[in-house]
Ligand binder design. Structure first.
Ligand code: ATP
Length: 236
């Protein structure tokens, strides 16, 4: 059984059809990337899984449970956590306060403290800056904070929307490395990226979304050598 499964999902925004039959699976322990151009439907796919957008038809399931019509907080409660594009950290709150917000739904405060300690080990820069306001962090640090905050919720699976957006190449590489470490620690990852080259270096498999449909699917090692991917998404 796949951890996350989309079966022929269609989504409309008013009369505009954004998804035209998305089918995909993410197995436990995998890092899977969704690649594709602007407006292809990648963000909408994540928002549909997290219950922020309602599908018109098709089915979404998580760990065998139908979540097609689930409310966002129930999806979070089930362990599927979405880190939206643009980071959305709270700039006038400290790093620690931002992390604590990630544990809002976790009743066991000792567990939250334990998870914060684990995040500080994974991302020592957040420990160093725990009393600093979020807004004073660099773009890359804010992305790490957004990821760290999501980890405090104790995700079974993390969905990351364009974590490399606006970051310098060295920082992108660091973000990808952190994603890989998160998976090694037992969290499954679904990653949306326009930076296909960076994404394919850390992912096991990827899907291309084009015009609201999943088109090409394959193992990352194969896609890196696939002329359709090279021509359309990897550039020179
Ligand atoms: P990007 O990388 O630019 O976020 P994307 O692949 O994530 O692109 P989506 O944001 O999912 O694509 O958009 C898919 C389609 O749905 C696009 O045609 C977009 O214009 C449209 N769309 C997205 N959000 C809305 C909205 N709130 N209202 C109307 N149309 C929308």
């Amino acid at each position: 059984m796949a951890m996350l499964e989309f079966d022929n999902v269609a989504v409309y925004y008013g009369k505009v059809q954004a998804l035209r039959g998305i089918s995909l699976t993410v197995e436990e322990g995998e890092i899977v990337a969704l690649l594709g151009n602007n407006g292809a439907g990648k963000t909408t796919t994540l928002s549909t899984a997290s219950g922020l957008v309602k599908s018109h038809s098709g089915r979404v399931s998580f760990n065998g449970t139908d979540i097609t019509k689930a409310m966002p907080w129930n999806v979070v409660g089930a362990g599927l956590i979405h880190v939206p594009e643009g980071r959305r950290i709270f700039s006038t709150m400290t790093v620690l306060e931002n992390l604590l917000l990630g544990g809002y739904l976790v009743k066991d405060r000792a567990l939250v403290a334990k998870r914060i300690a684990t995040v500080y080990e994974l991302l020592p820069l957040l420990a160093e800056r725990s009393t600093q306001q979020g807004g004073t962090l660099s773009g890359g640090e804010q992305q790490m904070l957004a990821i760290g905050r999501a980890l405090i919720a104790g995700p079974k699976m993390l969905m990351l929307d364009e974590p490399s957006m606006g970051l310098a190449p060295l920082i992108v590489a660091r973000v990808m490395q952190v994603i890989s470490e998160i998976r090694d620690q037992g969290t499954t990852v679904l990653l949306v990226e326009q930076n296909a080259r960076a994404a394919l270096k850390v992912t096991d498999r990827a899907y291309v979304i084009d015009g609201g449909t999943t088109t090409i699917e394959g193992r990352a090692v194969d896609l890196l050598g696939d002329s359709r991917i090279i021509d359309a998404y990897l550039g020179a």
